[in-house]
Ligand binder design. Structure first.
Ligand SMILES: [Zn+2]
Length: 417
């Protein structure tokens, strides 16, 4: 080791620059004790032996424990988001898509810096990261802390944070694979890959075993087999598309499994059955004057549920179990507004669309209005007109009903005045 340090010292002297001995550290991996090994010197000064150090922004621990690095990332994610929000980038003032862009560029790129090399994260570390991710997701949309995370993330079209880290790792792997074979990083990676394939090393740790887990998880093993056997690897665009699609498909299946086993999501899965950006956010971006109405629709989607007990409407005297279904389909108090909404629906081309809307059950009709989207094939312009109509009418009808969404920092309630 000292010989290698001497080579570096000689090199620096030849090229007239200097390494800093006080900023250099020696990390002892494995079970060896610091008092049993030799001391190392650079320009006559001793290099300190430490248990953890930062290398190109990534915290390295001699014990392979990455908890401190994960805690730092969580803290960075929350703290950066809060400071961005406090500086005025808030859904109450700005459009959510703008907030999202700023948070993504500032908070995520800082917090997840170097996540390509985060290996063997434990379940508790992933849970910590996931909590921070959900916190950001709710803050960006202005939703209360205790709203269901699976609703909030899917309304924004976000996947869990583990998927983002996995995507960064797979894209980094792609970049390594596309390097020319003469490059040293590619040679090292291929050597480690072949070592893993032929189990040359017992209990191999690090990047390659972690990547192997991801290839299995996202059904990408065939690409690595082709790389080893034929030396071929997809281009950047193809690899990025394959990785994005497979990650989305896998996460979508897991999400559907989670929400189908939970009665809290019975109505939500009719409104928003796929992880994608909710149409109300798209309308808010396209028509900034509808920002408040769009936010109101998102709040409704995040909190509305079917009650187990029947409730009585004080305005019309009918019983109902789903408050929005009652307001949008059967309450006599808002009949004029409903007629106006139907006039607008009939004006959408083709005319068969209004027949289709009329054929829906009241629950399906309410879910369609809240989703601001339809499975009926409308052309792009008419589809936008329909989404806009949904945002405007649901907002104005519910406002007429004097229905307020009361939210403190923790909970969200629907209240009637
Ligand atoms: Zn009523």
């Amino acid at each position: 080791m000292q010989t290698l340090i001497n080579i570096c010292q000689l090199f620096s002297e030849r090229w007239a620059f200097k390494f800093s001995p006080s900023k250099s550290h020696v990390l002892l991996y494995g079970k060896c004790q610091s008092n049993t090994i030799d001391r190392f010197f650079l320009y006559g000064s001793e290099i300190p032996i430490v248990k953890s150090t930062k290398h190109v922004g990534i915290l390295l621990e001699s014990s392979f424990n990455s908890m401190e690095q994960t805690m730092n990332a969580c803290h960075m994610l929350r703290a950066t988001t809060i400071s961005i929000m406090n500086s005025g980038v808030h859904p109450a003032i700005l459009n959510t898509s703008t907030c999202l862009k700023i948070v993504n560029q500032l908070a995520y790129t800082r917090a997840l810096y170097g996540c390509e090399l985060w290996n063997n994260l434990t379940k508790s570390e992933l849970l910590l990261l996931e909590r921070a991710h959900r916190f950001v997701c709710k803050a960006v949309q202005g939703l209360p802390k205790r709203s269901r995370s699976d609703k909030c993330t899917s309304l924004l079209g976000w996947l869990c944070i583990e998927c983002y880290i996995d995507k960064c790792k797979l894209l980094f792997f792609g970049r390594l694979c596309r390097l020319n074979s003469t490059h040293l990083p590619k040679q090292i990676m291929m050597a480690r890959l072949l070592e893993f394939k032929y189990t040359c090393v017992d209990n191999q740790l690090g990047f390659i075993p972690d990547m192997y887990r991801l290839f299995i998880k996202y059904n990408l093993l065939q690409y690595v087999v082709n790389l080893i056997e034929l030396g071929s690897f997809p281009s950047k665009i193809v690899w990025n598309n394959v990785v994005s699609q497979n990650i989305h498909k896998t996460e979508q299946l897991k999400w559907l499994e989670r929400i189908s086993n939970d009665s809290d999501f019975n109505f939500f899965k009719l409104i928003h059955p796929v992880i994608k950006l909710h149409k109300a956010w798209i309308i808010a971006k396209r028509y900034p004057d509808l920002r408040v109405a769009s936010k109101y629709i998102i709040d409704l989607c995040a909190i509305v549920r079917i009650e187990t007990e029947q409730l009585l409407c004080e305005k019309c005297g009918k019983l109902f179990s789903n408050v929005l279904e009652h307001i949008l389909c059967s309450c006599d108090f808002v009949l004029d507004y409903r007629n106006e909404m139907w006039r607008d629906i009939i004006n959408i081309n083709p005319i068969q669309f209004s027949v289709y809307m009329d054929s829906l059950s009241s629950l399906e009709f309410t879910a369609t209005l809240l989703s601001c989207d339809t499975i009926y094939e409308l052309d792009d312009d008419e589809s936008i007109v329909f989404s806009k109509l949904c945002v405007q009418h649901v907002y104005s009808t519910c406002k007429l009903f004097k229905m307020l969404i009361i939210s403190d920092n923790q909970n969200c309630l629907i209240m009637f005045l």
